[in-house]
Design a protein around this ligand. Structure first.
Ligand code: FES
Length: 359
């Protein structure tokens, strides 16, 4: 048995015979961003500080000679051949490091789907390099040169091999940017985005049941986090409570049904704050009020909450009243006009000399 030690936290992960470093990390909850799992995209690149590993066959565009010489490797294909590998992963407290945000990244709107009367979904693909991000992070979108201010929108999908980014944008009656999106952006439109930003990414090393609470377009980052957790075959229960005003405001029912059918540990419970649900077993009422009727004890849960600041505050209070621990509660309150949170140098990953390969 070999092991991988994470620097600088010192956490150690055992690597079973024949397993890749990525598989071993995922099994222990230390998820690495990844896409192709075949040495082709460069998403799982990390720096190896000590030890030897068999890199297997990977494409030069995903890992250049220069990066190999600097000690970088692709963990989806890497298998340790020395008793211990030491890799750069995360911060001192074993939280993941962030990818450096970039401004003015060109994307094309490849599709647009009106999810509800007020929420439209944009599917954007990068013209050049894919943007590296953690599920739960957000981007800034707008067109300042045309008088449309930049506003923050959470990414609603986990990273994909084609670099597609999904944004779900609520029309605000007095919102210049959201009205610009709804009234002018169509498939084929070109936009520029800045990002990624934010730290609503939780702690991947924690293996606990997960409770996600979302209201309105707060569902977006929750979708990305849930997709990522289910993709890495997260074993604990994942429950998603989604609050919408009326039946018409519920969306993504198809994806929820698919996740429920495919993952026995996933449970989706929508609730309406106005009107009667179509499903006779459907919930009614605000999530903070419903929580004590659905859970007796949240002391062992990781809790993720996204929505308006008031929704977030009320949910956190309700979860804590049921024993939720502060260190396991992660929140994203929407202040659409706030400036992006730019990470400090020690929060950023080292990415090698070349950007991730274009996909
Ligand atoms: S996930 Fe490792 S190179 Fe794509």
């Amino acid at each position: 048995m070999t092991s991988v030690r994470l620097h600088p936290s010192g956490h150690s992960v055992e690597v079973p015979q024949g397993a890749t470093v990525l598989e071993a990390l995922e099994k222990s909850g230390f998820a690495l961003p990844n896409n192709c799992r075949a040495g082709a995209c460069g998403e799982c690149k990390v720096k190896v500080l000590e030890g030897e590993f068999d890199q297997g066959f990977v494409l030069d565009m995903a890992l250049s000679e220069e990066e190999r010489a600097q000690g970088f490797g692709l963990m989806c294909m890497a298998k340790p051949v020395s008793p211990e590998l030491v890799i750069e992963w995360g911060t001192v407290d074993a939280k993941p490091k962030l990818f450096p945000p970039r401004e003015g990244q060109p994307f094309v709107v490849t599709d647009r789907i009106d999810r509800t009367p007020r929420i439209t979904e944009l599917r954007l693909r990068p013209q050049r390099d894919a943007m590296r991000y953690w599920p739960g992070q957000y981007v800034m979108l707008g067109d300042p040169a045309a008088g449309v201010p930049l506003r923050s929108y959470s990414i609603a999908n986990a990273p994909r091999s084609d670099g597609e980014v999904v944004l779900q944008i609520t029309r605000q009656s007095d919102g210049l940017t959201s009205n610009w999106v709804h009234d002018t952006l169509l498939p084929g439109s070109k936009v520029k985005i800045n990002g990624p930003y934010g730290t609503f990414i939780g702690d991947p090393s924690v293996e606990t049941p997960v409770l996600c609470l979302a209201a309105g377009s707060g569902l977006a980052p929750i979708l990305a986090l849930t997709e990522a957790a289910l993709r890495r075959t997260y074993g604990e229960a994942v429950t998603l409570l989604f609050s919408a005003a009326t039946q018409d405001d519920l969306y993504d029912a198809g994806m929820m049904a698919w996740w429920s059918a495919r993952h026995r540990n996933f449970r989706y419970r929508p609730t309406l704050t106005r009107g009667t649900p179509k499903d006779p077993k459907g919930l009614q009422g605000r999530i903070p009020t419903l929580l004590p009727t659905l859970f007796r004890d949240l002391s062992q849960h990781s809790v993720f909450v996204a929505g308006t600041p008031q929704f977030v505050a009320d949910c956190v209070a309700a979860a804590k009243a049921l024993g939720a621990r502060s260190e396991l509660v992660h929140t994203e309150g929407y202040y659409p006009q706030s400036p992006p949170l730019t990470p400090t140098a020690d929060q950023l990953v080292s990415c090698g000399t070349s950007p991730p390969a274009a996909r």
